[in-house]
Design a protein around this ligand. Structure first.
Ligand SMILES: C[S@@+](CC[C@H](N)C(=O)[O-])C[C@H]1O[C@@H](n2cnc3c(N)ncnc32)[C@H](O)[C@@H]1O
Length: 262
């Protein structure tokens, strides 16, 4: 496979359910999905589903789970639910007849700042290595809360930085910055304001590897809409790809730096 092509290096868009549950091990995503699987018609949404490997794994292992995915745009490795049907046959996971009898995941395309699903329609919302790229991360959080059913949970991987990254990429969440006046407010503090208003929204980190990963976790315990009320600072926000030159490695400068003020 060509270097940098689908499934390799920084273009990797093929992480499956095992990698997702490993990432959320401390938060016990696997146990929650196991519990959900005992319900009659549970629903799961993945934001930024890439090749749709998480959806494919769950489709084949928990067939009654209603699966939904959002990705920015279709691409050669995933053009929607039907392409997953083609793939499971090509990969020898199901025969053509078996695959024809299955209802494929509902995969839609668009920006994650607006989730094209109804209020209170999902039992669980998950995301890994995708929210990094979205400009309006405030809206992703508000929209996630909106589509969750009461009792539902969200496991969102919102940012990553690597040791050795340049200073400006070493904050708690370098792609997700909230300022109170001139002072940066750690994301956990910014979200504590929502928690004080009664929303079960929190931040967790995993610093056990060479990378530090940040997650936003939600347990929807009330129907009121989550309204963060932050102002998006358009002038300070930008696509980090714009920093890419021959001297600066893409691996460091990726994602979208989103800046907000409270
Ligand atoms: C690095 S890939 C990761 C894909 C998958 N979650 C995985 O871990 O393998 C990032 C994904 O986010 C999607 N994405 C980027 N910006 C997005 C946006 N604004 N809204 C929705 N999806 C987006 C990309 O199309 C891509 O599939």
């Amino acid at each position: 496979m060509a270097k940098g092509g689908p499934g390799t290096g920084f273009f990797s868009r093929n992480r499956g359910f095992a990698e997702l549950t490993k990432r959320f091990h401390e938060q016990d995503l696997a146990a929650f999905v196991d519990r959900l699987a005992r319900d009659p018609a549970p629903s799961l949404l993945e934001i930024g589903c890439g090749e749709g490997r998480v959806l494919q794994d769950l489709w084949l292992s928990v067939p009654h789970l209603r699966l939904h995915g959002l990705n920015k745009a279709p691409w050669q490795a995933m053009e929607g639910g039907e392409s997953l049907r083609t793939r499971i046959v090509a990969e020898g996971l199901r025969t053509a007849d078996e695959a024809a009898a299955l209802e494929p995941p509902d995969i839609r395309f668009g920006d994650a700042s607006a989730l094209p699903w109804a209020d209170a329609s999902m039992d669980v919302v998950v995301s890994q290595v995708a929210i990094h790229y979205v400009a309006r991360k405030d809206r992703v959080l508000e929209e996630t809360w909106r589509v969750l059913k009461p009792g539902g949970r969200a496991y969102l991987h919102v940012d990553t930085w690597k040791h050795g990254a340049p200073d400006f990429l070493r904050g708690e969440t370098p792609r997700f910055l909230v300022y109170d006046g001139d002072d940066p407010l750690p994301l956990r503090k910014a979200l504590k304001r929502a928690a004080k208003a009664g929303f079960d929204v929190s931040v967790a980190t995993d610093a056990s590897k060479k990378k530090v990963e940040t997650f936003v976790l939600m347990r929807k315990d009330r129907r009121e809409p989550l309204q963060l009320g932050w102002t998006f600072d358009d002038a300070s926000s930008f696509d980090l790809h714009r920093l890419h030159t021959n001297d600066l490695k893409y691996e460091t400068y990726w994602g979208y730096r989103s800046v907000f003020t409270v």
